[in-house]
Structures are given as C-alpha cells and as structure tokens.
Design a protein around this ligand. Structure first.
Ligand code: ZN
Ligand code: ZN
Length: 109
C-alpha cells in the first residue's frame, strides 16, 4: 500500500495521507514523534530508558514537541521526519505508517 497524497498541516500539527485504496489517515505530529521507529527511541517507547532523556522530555524542554522542520521521502518506500530537536533517525515506511493509522482498523496484521 502506498500513499497517493501526503499533506502536512504544520499549523494544526497534522499529517494527512491519502492511500491508494482511498483510505485516509490523519496523524498528529506528537503521535508520530512518539512512534519514532529508530533504535534510539526504542527503549523509551518500551517503558525503559531514562525518563529525563526521553524524546518527549527533551522536546518539551525545547518547546518543540509538535514541530517538524522537514520531511524527506526515502527511496519511494518511506519518509523521514526532521523534528525540531534535530532528531531525524526514524524511517517511517508506508507499512509502518499504515499500521499507525489512528482509525485502528489495521493496527494488527
Ligand atoms: Zn527516534
Ligand atoms: Zn485507517
């Protein structure tokens, strides 16, 4: 499944994806940042990691929890966000984004 259209609504901190099957997903930037799939963010997501060093704590500290400064396509199979704190290691594949869709219909494969 691939997106047909990706819209970033920076003002409302939302990203909308219109998929090939006409499904529409709307993501909150905060949820996307929390769901960062990179190895660095993994321990924190699983409840481990030092609280003070969690991405969320860091982002709150710089007042940038919801801010995306850049989004780059990766080879036609994913996108990468550059968050306002400079973090950008997470690669969000289409499959991953589809599973993250807040409607909950495709959370489990
Ligand atoms: Zn990360
Ligand atoms: Zn959905």
């Amino acid at each position: 499944m691939k997106p047909q259209k990706i819209l970033l609504d920076v003002e409302n901190k939302l990203m909308q994806i219109n998929w090939q099957d006409a499904h529409e997903s709307v993501y909150d930037f905060t949820d996307l940042r929390r769901a960062c799939p990179c190895a660095e963010c993994q321990p924190w997501k699983e409840g481990g990691g030092e609280i003070g060093k969690s991405p969320e704590a860091v982002l709150r500290a710089v007042g940038a929890l919801n801010a995306v400064s850049d989004v780059e396509p990766i080879g036609g199979y994913a996108i990468q966000f550059r968050w306002a704190d400079g973090h950008s290691s997470g690669i969000y594949t289409w499959d991953y984004l589809r599973a993250l869709c807040p409607c909950g219909e495709h959370a489990k494969k």
